[in-house]
Ligand binder design. Structure first.
Ligand SMILES: CC(C)(COP(=O)(O)OP(=O)(O)OC[C@H]1O[C@@H](n2cnc3c(N)ncnc32)[C@H](O)[C@@H]1OP(=O)(O)O)[C@@H](O)C(=O)NCCC(=O)NCCS
Length: 254
């Protein structure tokens, strides 16, 4: 199983329990944040000084179980064992939505970390700055950013967009997050009246969304070849020849 969240309350009923939490919580948080599968771990005192609200997320169920196994033999567990916990453990369901201004820094880091270099992250910033980033989708779970997909302006003989880049945080890959980002962007593009989307990528992956190498074959483009694909959003038949020109910011991408 994939993304796993835990939320609820830790409820003390005596001064001794409260003192145990206060004494061991900082180290418990520190240790957990070091676990590679931890997406976030928020334990905050509520307005009632005897109650802490707990919100955690882990990249996979296995990561959550590893966290529980580590915690079971920790000083935190022995000190707080008897304290009441009112928790719900659920499968994490990230929200996929267009970016808002406060998401731009996170989108930069997602692209930088996913590609292991700054180029794609800089590209997204340059596209945004030039007004060419038409749709910018983010996948967010709680306060953790998991993925980003950009759809930018395209000059083409149809009203089109170019999809790139797509980035998903390494430890949550293979859970359909890119799939949801791409499908949401496609759906929004269709709603906004776009007729087609161009992508440069692996046909084995992009075919599932309806992208076709054959539909792109006769276009002129610096990216022409076996990895250039077109998706016909209206399924009404797009022009099949002409020139596809990506936004100028792509010229800087090596
Ligand atoms: C490519 C990427 C966005 C996929 O994200 P994801 O959330 O794991 O994707 P999903 O879970 O929706 O889909 C997983 C599928 O993608 C395939 N896949 C992963 N990386 C791929 C790649 N570079 N090329 C082709 N297919 C790829 C997987 O094999 C898997 O296929 P399956 O469904 O047939 O088993 C992610 O691996 C990533 O960020 N990679 C680094 C950046 C990158 O290369 N981006 C793509 C180019 S813009």
């Amino acid at each position: 199983m994939g993304l796993t969240t835990l939320s609820g309350h830790l409820i003390c009923i005596s001064a001794a329990e409260r003192a145990a939490v206060l004494a061991h919580l900082p180290d418990h948080i520190r240790q957990t944040m070091r676990e590679p599968g931890c997406l976030y771990f928020d334990v905050a005192q509520s307005t009632d000084p005897m109650v802490w609200s707990v919100n955690e997320a882990f990249a996979t169920r296995a990561d959550f179980k590893a966290h529980q196994a580590r915690t079971a033999s920790s000083p935190w567990a022995s000190a707080t064992m008897g304290i009441r916990r009112d928790y719900a453990v659920e499968r994490g369901n990230p929200e996929v939505r267009p970016e808002s201004p406060s998401d731009t820094g996170a989108a930069y880091l997602l692209n930088r970390d996913a590609f292991g270099r700054n180029d794609e992250a800089d590209l997204v910033n340059a596209l945004r700055a030039s007004g060419d980033l038409i749709l910018s989708m983010v996948a967010v779970l709680g306060r953790a950013y998991l993925g980003h997909a950009g759809f930018s302006a395209l000059e083409a003989p149809f009203h089109g967009l170019a999809l790139a880049p797509v980035a998903v945080r390494a430890n949550v890959r293979g859970q359909g997050i890119a799939d949801r980002l791409i499908r949401s962007g496609i759906s929004l593009a269709r709603d906004q009246g776009y007729e087609g989307i161009v992508v440069l990528g692996d046909p084995a992956y992009y075919a599932r969304f309806g992208f076709s190498v054959a539909a792109a074959r006769d276009f002129t483009s610096p990216y022409a070849g076996p990895h250039l694909m077109v998706l016909d959003l209206k399924r009404a038949g797009l022009p099949t020849t002409g020139t596809l020109t990506y936004a100028p910011a792509f010229d800087a991408l090596g």
